[in-house]
Design a protein around this ligand. Structure first.
Ligand code: DOR
Ligand code: ZN
Length: 350
């Protein structure tokens, strides 16, 4: 018999987009309500490329939290820097000397939202920085897709493994790497077997849906994110990995808000909004796999263990009661449509 309540050590979200300004103010409470800590993506405009910019951004996040009545002690933003072709090794040294920056994020130039300032040639342009990261123990969080326009959008992650990931890890075997928002069986097989310090985050949408979801009855922009949803065989491999006892797979929602009008658009933005109901979505995926008892390791243990941070104290509770996903949530002067809007999920966070 499956239980009707589930008590978990407070979980963390190891990949989130909080944006800035009034957009951030509208959504930061969603993440802080569900998670104790979150890794904050640096793809703002302009991007967060220095320790000073990350400290200033963290200050704005703390202000936004306090404006929602959330205390500094109940939620901790973990800041990242955006790697560019011009990042200086000294900046990495500075980052390593403070506790204010926990990782660097690789966006291959042109891969996704606000990636124009990203890296054009990782080993060619960033080898001194990578060496310094390896030396100071700073993890590299990788958006793992090749970007050449000839490559089919569904093949970009698998090709990234051969073209970038394997050569990178051969040159920098001690560099800590997180393969972000993994979407393929190729990625799962690589991360599970590879030598050295590597892990991967997995989103709720990639556990719950395959690529048919984007086209069911018409084009459905709220299921469009990058890396894009893949075939069923890949979804099954991700579910198997997330619910396995491998320590290398953990929760990273990649919740990425875009106003409704920018999603329901002739050229809709990439990103699924899952921060308001992340744990409800993940619990649904784990329950469908008959592995709900594995959710705590995925959501609360393996992330901090990989990052070398303490596991959280305190607990949250999920209860088996229907949760209807809101059709829209406020987003400054606009609204957002959450993933699975209007659907009923079997678990709700208390
Ligand atoms: O779908 C996505 N949206 N993928 C990313 O990598 C970026 C994100 C965003 O910032 O909107
Ligand atoms: Zn992301």
């Amino acid at each position: 018999m499956t239980p009707n309540t589930l008590t978990l050590t407070r979980p963390d979200d190891w990949h989130i987009h909080l944006r800035d300004g009034e957009a951030m103010q509208a959504i930061v409470g969603h993440t802080a309500r569900q998670f104790a800590r979150a890794i904050i993506m640096p793809n703002l405009k302009p991007p967060v490329t220095t320790v000073a910019l990350a400290q200033a951004y963290r200050g704005r996040i703390e202000q936004a939290l306090s404006a929602c009545g959330i205390s500094k002690t109940s939620f901790t933003p973990l800041m990242t820097l955006y790697l560019t072709d011009n990042t200086e090794p000294d900046e990495i040294k500075r980052a390593g000397e403070t506790e204010d920056v926990v990782a660097l994020k690789l966006y291959p130039a042109g891969a996704t939202t606000n990636s124009d300032a990203g890296v054009t040639d990782l080993l060619g342009k960033c080898s001194k920085v990578l060496e310094m990261m390896q030396r100071v123990g700073m993890p590299l969080l990788m958006h793992g897709e090749v970007t050449d326009p000839e490559t089919d959008v569904f093949d970009r992650e698998a090709l990234f493994i051969d073209r970038v990931m394997i050569p990178l890890r051969k040159s920098f075997p001690e560099l800590k790497v997180v393969f972000e928002h993994l979407t393929t069986k190729d990625g799962v097989d690589y991360v599970r077997e590879a030598a050295g310090p590597i892990a991967a985050t997995i989103t709720a949408q990639h556990l719950l849906y395959n690529r048919n979801e984007i086209f069911k009855g018409g084009i459905r922009p709220h299921f469009y994110c990058l890396p894009i949803l893949k075939r069923e065989v890949h979804r099954q491999a991700l579910v198997e990995a997330a619910t396995s006892d491998s320590p290398r797979f953990f929760l990273g929602s990649d919740s990425a808000p875009h106003a409704k009008g920018l999603k329901e658009n002739a050229c809709g933005c990439a990103g699924c909004y899952t921060a308001v109901h992340a744990l409800e979505l993940y619990a649904t995926a784990f329950e469908r796999a008959n592995k709900i008892e594995r959710l705590e390791a995925f959501a609360s243990f393996r992330g901090p263990d990989f990052y070398g941070l303490p596991r959280n104290k305190g607990v949250i509770t999920l209860t088996r009661e229907p949760y209807v996903v809101p059709l829209e949530v406020p987003y400054g002067s606009e609204t957002l449509v959450p993933l699975a809007a209007g659907e009923t999920l079997p678990w709700r966070m208390v």
